[in-house]
Design a binder for this molecule. Structure first.
Ligand SMILES: [Fe+2]
Ligand SMILES: [Fe+2]
Length: 264
């Protein structure tokens, strides 16, 4: 995989309209609102993080098509924020202007240059990938489940894109330096995961992710990404499986029946 491949993929992926059931009549139940509204506000704000600083750093790296791919990556993240925001508007869940987690990530990512910023973003993306799986299981809203599925699909290439860049940067680094940075970012991953879990535990629990399952899933996912970052690691994009069948989510199908849509 090259950055040109990533750019081409993002162009094609962005050209496909997210054909979501915006006319779905399903209203979140009070229990669902309690379970998902706070985390939705947090993640919607985080997805919309401005990419100006990231773009400025990316354009300085003279790797063919890296900056172009980064621009498209940022656009996809802004698209995620827009989708979540529109859903929140429909459900009467207020959008946040700012959030302390968002500010923490902004300040963590800035001081050490492009590689560090990408690694901090990757850390957030790993947690987000588990969050959207949990959110998808925590609601019977067909529309929200579609949004989660769409984001999970997009995130797979985001992870591959960042791992490809980290793999390139690691080529010229010595073993000790590589090991030390690896420990640092593992620590950052663990700390980030615990903080986000604490802030959004209602959604994780409602989606079947107790702290044990959550921690195990994060560790497995991070180990997979570390493999991709190795000098000879294969950078691959997984296929996101379709959501559960009718027997597991009858009301979800009912809400889809109302909206006369199919799950993408
Ligand atoms: Fe995203
Ligand atoms: Fe992402």
């Amino acid at each position: 995989m090259t950055f040109t491949d990533v750019k081409t993929y993002f162009e094609a992926n962005g050209a496909q309209l997210a054909d979501l059931s915006w006319y779905d009549l399903y209203r979140l139940s009070p229990a669902e609102v309690r379970a998902v509204s706070t985390s939705l506000q947090t993640f919607q704000r985080g997805e919309g993080t401005g990419g100006d600083h990231l773009m400025a750093l990316a354009t300085k790296w003279s790797e063919p098509d890296y900056a172009a791919a980064m621009q498209l990556f940022i656009q996809e993240e802004e698209g995620h924020a827009a989708m979540l925001g529109q859903f929140m508007d429909q459900q009467g869940i207020p959008r946040l202007e700012t959030h302390w987690l968002h500010e923490v990530f902004r300040s963590l990512g800035r001081p050490l240059g492009l590689e560090h910023m990408v690694r901090v973003i990757l850390t957030a993306e790993v947690v987000a990938a588990v969050y959207y799986r949990a959110l998808r299981q925590a609601t019977l809203s067909g529309l929200l489940r579609q949004i989660c599925h769409r984001i999970l699909h997009d995130e797979e290439m985001h992870l591959a894109f960042h791992c490809l860049a980290i793999q390139r940067w690691g080529r010229d680094r010595g073993r000790l330096s590589t090991w030390l940075w690896q420990q640092f970012y593992r620590g950052l991953m663990a700390g980030t995961a615990l903080v986000v879990y604490a802030a959004s535990h209602r959604t994780f629990r409602a989606g079947g992710y107790g702290l044990g399952r959550f921690s195990h899933t994060i560790a497995a996912e991070y180990a997979r990404l570390e493999q991709m970052q190795q000098a000879n690691g294969a950078v691959v994009q997984r296929i996101v499986p379709q959501p559960p069948c009718a027997a597991q989510a009858p009301l979800f199908l009912f809400s889809n029946f109302v909206s006369q849509s199919t799950f993408k």
